[in-house]
Write a protein that binds this ligand. Structure first.
Ligand code: ADP
Length: 198
């Protein structure tokens, strides 16, 4: 399986790139943020549990997030070429749990691709998205600041975790969407060639 994590701060373009990548490589796209928003709209028990965390820009507790991820992997692993994780893992505990879960399926993470975008540009994109997609967590200044603080304190250690595994690759995410996509695909294609059986 080809399992990829798209990593980066809020507004880096993970969702945008995921939507393009998933069809090119036949991957199942798992966006925790998107799944949570769907649960909220549908009024499920997960939705009710997470809505306050999301509105305030807090991290949803790991137990809830991990349960949802496990369900997704179980539902799709048989029929897919791999997974594209977007917005997950966001804590080292989530990263460790993902490694253990994939091992259960005799699989592992292939690559962690990190989109690098300057802070001012991230703020500009989030503001624009808040208006376009009507996301209340993007429209609320204090929620946005909380998300950046939590990214620095909780999510950046995940970078070190994957650097130690030699899987972390940084990509500039400031260029045009298609150019960023091209760079990502170059790296993924190289990985596929280098890891295909001879
Ligand atoms: P962004 O990357 O712009 O913050 P997301 O759609 O990825 O947007 O996430 C929206 C919200 O969903 C987060 O602020 C957080 O509350 C929750 N969330 C998403 N993924 C996770 C996760 N892996 N762990 C905990 N909470 C999460």
């Amino acid at each position: 399986m080809l399992n990829i994590v798209l990593f980066g701060p809020p507004g880096a373009g993970k969702g945008t790139q995921s939507k393009k990548l998933r069809s090119d490589y036949g991957l199942v796209h798992i966006s925790t943020g998107e799944l949570f928003r769907k649960h909220i709209i549908e009024g499920t028990s997960i939705g009710i549990q997470v809505q306050e965390y999301i509105a305030e820009g807090m991290l949803v507790p790991d137990e809830i997030t991990l349960l949802m991820i496990e369900e997704q992997i179980l539902a799709y692993y048989k029929d897919c070429k791999g997974f594209l994780f977007d917005g997950f893992p966001r804590t080292v505990a989530q990263a460790q749990a993902l490694d253990r879960k994939l091992e259960e399926y005799n699989s592992s993470l292939s690559l962690v691709l990190s989109l690098d975008v300057p802070r001012e540009e991230l703020h500009r994109r989030i503001k624009k998205r808040g208006l376009e997609e009507n996301r209340i967590d993007d429209q609320d200044e204090s929620s946005v600041l909380t998300r950046f603080d939590l990214y620095n304190s909780e999510t950046l250690p995940v970078k070190t975790y994957y650097e130690n595994q030699g899987k972390f690759i940084k990509i500039s995410g400031i260029d045009h969407i298609d150019l960023v996509l091209e760079k990502i695909k170059e790296i993924v294609d190289r990985f596929i060639i280098e890891n295909s059986p001879r």
